[in-house]
Design a protein around this ligand. Structure first.
Ligand code: ADP
Length: 265
C-alpha cells in the first residue's frame, strides 16, 4: 500500500487568516440563524393552530415541543462552537502578542480540548483513544497547542469520517528524547489522495468548498506548530486507511516570541 508523506512551508496572509476566521464562524452562526428562523415558524404555526382550534390534542402539542427542543439543541451547540472558535483564536493571538510561555501539563490540554468536542464526537459515534502519559510538563503555549488539536479533531470529523459513524481518533504522546515529545494524532477515516496530501498545507486548498471548508485549517496548524511551538509537523495519509499527523514538540519553547511571527502576516 502506498503511504504519502509530506512536510511543506506555506504561509497565509493576514487577509487570508481573517477570511478563514470569518468563514469558520460563518458555519455555526449560519446554522443558528437558520434554526432560529425555523423555530419562529414553528411558534407561528403553533399560534395559528391554537387560534383555529383552542383544544389542541396532546400528541400535536408533544410533537411541537419535540421539534422546538431539537431546534434549541442545534442552536445551543452551534453557538457553543462559535464561542469556542473565538476563545481559541483569541488565545493564539494573546500567545503571539505576549510571547509569554506558560507551564502546563500535556495530558490536561489534550483532554480539555477533546472535551470541547465531546458532544459532536458522541453524535458522530466516534471513538477516542488517548495514550498521553500524565504529568508531562511543558513550558510553552497551551492556547496555541489547543488550537492545533482543535483543527485536527475538526478535520477528522469533517473530512476523515465525512459524516460516517464508527470512526476512531487516536492521540498518543511519547517522551523518548530528553526535551521533546512526539504527539501523534490519527484518524481511521477516508484518508487523502497523493495530490490532496501534496497541497494539504496550502492556504485556501480545500476539497470541501461551500461545505464547511476554508482551506486554512492545516495552514494555520503548520504555522502554529513551526512558529509558536517551534516544532515540526508531518502528515501521512492513505486513501481508505486514514490520516496520521505527527508533531515533534519541544517541551520548553525558547524565551520570548518567535522571531518569525507564528502566523506569517
Ligand atoms: P478545510 O478543512 O477547510 O478543507 P484544511 O486546510 O484543514 O482545510 O484541509 C485541507 C484539505 O486537506 C481538506 O479539504 C481535506 O481534503 C484534506 N484533509 C485534511 N485533514 C484531513 C483528514 N483528517 N482526512 C482526510 N482529508 C483531510
Amino acid at each position: 500500500a502506498q503511504t504519502n508523506l509530506l512536510t511543506s512551508e506555506k504561509m497565509a496572509s493576514l487577509g487570508a487568516l481573517v477570511a478563514g476566521v470569518a468563514h469558520e464562524l460563518n458555519t455555526p452562526i449560519g446554522n443558528s440563524l437558520l434554526t432560529a428562523s425555523a423555530l419562529s415558524d414553528m411558534v407561528r404555526d403553533f399560534e395559528r393552530r391554537l387560534a383555529a382550534d383552542g383544544g389542541l390534542k396532546r400528541s400535536v402539542l408533544e410533537a411541537h415541543l419535540a421539534d422546538a427542543r431539537k431546534a434549541c439543541d442545534i442552536m445551543g451547540s452551534s453557538l457553543m462552537r462559535a464561542a469556542d472558535l473565538i476563545t481559541s483564536f483569541k488565545q493564539v493571538a494573546v500567545d503571539q502578542a505576549s510571547g509569554q510561555r506558560r507551564r502546563f501539563r500535556l495530558d490536561e490540554v489534550v483532554h480539555d480540548t477533546l472535551a470541547t468536542y465531546a458532544a459532536q464526537l458522541r453524535r458522530n459515534g466516534c471513538a477516542v483513544h488517548v495514550d498521553v502519559p500524565a504529568g508531562l510538563e511543558f513550558d510553552s503555549y497551551p492556547g496555541s497547542l489547543s488550537q492545533v488539536l482543535s483543527n485536527l479533531i475538526g478535520n477528522a470529523l469533517l473530512h476523515g469520517f465525512d459524516g460516517r459513524d464508527g470512526g476512531a481518533i487516536t492521540v498518543v504522546a511519547r517522551h523518548e528524547e530528553v526535551d521533546t515529545v512526539t504527539l501523534t494524532f490519527a484518524d481511521n477515516g477516508v484518508g487523502m489522495t497523493a495530490s490532496t496530501l501534496h497541497k494539504v498545507f496550502d492556504p485556501f486548498f480545500t476539497t470541501k468548498l461551500g461545505q464547511g471548508g476554508s482551506g486554512l485549517g492545516m495552514n494555520i496548524v503548520y504555522n502554529i506548530v513551526t512558529g509558536m511551538l517551534r516544532g515540526t509537523i508531518r502528515v501521512e495519509s492513505e486513501p481508505g486507511r486514514g490520516t496520521t499527523v505527527t508533531l515533534v514538540l519541544p517541551m520548553r519553547a525558547p524565551e520570548g516570541a518567535p522571531q518569525e511571527p507564528a502566523l506569517q502576516l
